[in-house]
Ligand binder design. Structure first.
Ligand code: ZN
Length: 338
C-alpha cells in the first residue's frame, strides 16, 4: 500500500549540466557526456532507493528536456525552421521546430538507457515519455494539417518506443501530458484516443501525468489567472477513468485543485502529488503523511500512490534529495498509521 514514485525528472548534478535550469547546457560532450549521464542516473537511482521510493526513475538525466529529448531522435522535423507558437494555449511563446515530412523513428531512443537502469536496480522502473498531445503543443505542423492527425502519428511512434522499453525491463511507462490541462475539449475529442494508441499492446503498467507544470514563473503567473478553484481535471477525468490507461498522476499538495475531483478516477490507480515542486521548502515526513491521510478521503488507500506534483528538475540537488526523503519517510509513516 502507498507505493511511492516521483513524477519524473530530477536535477542534473552541476558536473553534468548547468544546475537549476530547465534547458541546461551539457558540461561534456561525446563519450564523456554519455558516461556522465550514466553516472548521474546511477546516483539518483541510489538516492531514491535510500529514500525508500518504491518505483525508481533515471530522473531524465539522459535528456535536456522531456519533449525535445525525444524529438531530437525523430525523423521528419526541420529544426532550422522555427515557428513562433503560443505554448499551452498561449501561456508563453516559444520558437519551436516544424514538422515538414511524415514522421518516423529511425532507431530506438531510450532503450539502452532503460537497459542500463534495469541492470543497476532491483526496484521496479518507471520510464517517462512525452504524450502525443503535449508533443504537438511543442512543435509546429507544416505537413499533417490537423493536430489530431499529427498526434496520432506521434502516438504510433511512441508505441514502438514503449514496447521496446517494456522489453528492456521497464515496469511502468508514463506519458507526460501537461497539455491536457490546457485543451480539455481536444482531450475528449482525440487526446485520450492518441494516448490509448500509444499504450496499445503493452502488458506493463501505464500512466498519464497531468500537472500544472514546474514551479517556473510562466506557470505560477498562469496559475494566478485560474481563480480560486482549478477545475480543469473535472472536464477530463470522466473520460480518462473510462480509458485503458492504468494510472493517473495528479497535482494535490498546496494546489487549488478541489481534492474531491480525484473521486472521478474511481477505476484508476492515482499518483497523488504530496510533494510541492514549486517551493524550496522541504516537507517533513509528518506533513507528507498528513497529506496522504487527507487524500485517502478521496482515493482508496489501495489505489493511492504518493508522488510528487511534477518533476523536480529545476530545484537544487539538495532540495530534491530532501523531498525524496520526505516522500519515502512520509509514506512509511502513513502505512504504519493505517
Ligand atoms: Zn508535471
Amino acid at each position: 500500500m502507498f507505493t511511492t514514485t516521483i513524477a519524473g525528472s530530477l536535477p542534473k548534478p552541476a558536473w553534468l549540466a548547468e544546475p537549476e535550469k530547465l534547458w541546461p547546457e551539457w558540461r561534456q560532450s561525446g563519450p564523456e557526456l554519455d558516461e556522465a549521464k550514466r553516472d548521474a542516473a546511477l546516483i539518483w537511482i541510489k538516492e531514491q532507493e535510500l529514500a525508500g521510493i518504491d518505483i525508481v526513475t533515471e530522473g531524465e538525466q539522459f535528456r535536456t528536456h522531456f519533449v525535445h529529448g525525444f524529438l531530437e531522435h525523430i525523423d521528419g522535423i526541420d529544426w532550422s525552421l522555427k515557428t513562433p507558437m503560443g505554448i499551452r494555449n498561449n501561456r508563453y511563446t516559444v520558437d519551436v521546430p516544424t514538422v515538414t515530412r511524415a514522421l518516423s523513428r529511425p532507431e530506438p531512443v531510450h532503450m539502452r538507457e532503460a537497459e542500463y537502469i534495469h541492470a543497476h536496480t532491483d526496484h521496479p522502473i518507471k520510464f517517462t515519455l512525452p504524450g502525443p498531445m503535449t508533443i504537438c503543443d511543442t512543435i509546429a505542423d507544416a505537413h499533417y494539417g490537423r493536430r489530431a492527425d499529427m498526434a496520432m502519428a506521434f502516438a504510433e511512434i511512441l508505441n514502438d518506443e514503449a514496447r521496446e522499453l517494456e522489453a528492456a525491463g521497464v515496469s511502468l511507462i508514463q506519458f507526460d501530458e501537461p497539455a491536457f490541462n490546457a485543451f480539455m475539449d481536444d482531450v475528449n475529442e482525440w487526446g485520450i484516443a492518441t494516448l490509448e494508441r500509444a499504450i496499445e499492446g503493452l502488458k506493463c503498467d501505464t500512466a498519464v501525468h497531468i500537472c500544472y507544470g514546474y514551479g517556473i514563473k510562466a506557470n505560477t503567473d498562469w496559475k494566478k489567472t485560474l481563480g480560486e478553484q482549478w477545475r480543469q481535471y473535472e472536464q477530463i477525468f470522466p473520460a480518462l477513468d473510462a480509458s485503458k490507461i492504468g494510472q493517473v498522476s495528479v497535482e494535490y499538495a498546496n494546489s487549488r485543485v478541489p481534492p474531491d475531483l480525484m473521486k472521478l478516477l474511481a477505476h484508476k490507480q492515482v499518483m497523488v502529488g504530496v510533494i510541492d515542486v514549486a517551493t524550496d521548502q522541504v516537507e517533513t515526513a509528518e506533513e507528507v503523511a498528513t497529506r496522504i491521510r487527507d487524500a485517502s478521503a478521496f482515493v482508496d488507500p489501495e489505489r493511492l500512490m504518493p508522488c510528487t506534483n511534477c518533476g523536480l528538475a529545476p530545484l537544487s540537488r539538495a532540495v530534491a534529495r530532501g523531498k525524496l526523503q520526505a516522500l519515502g519517510a512520509g509514506a512509511q509513516l502513513a502505512r504504519q498509521r493505517l
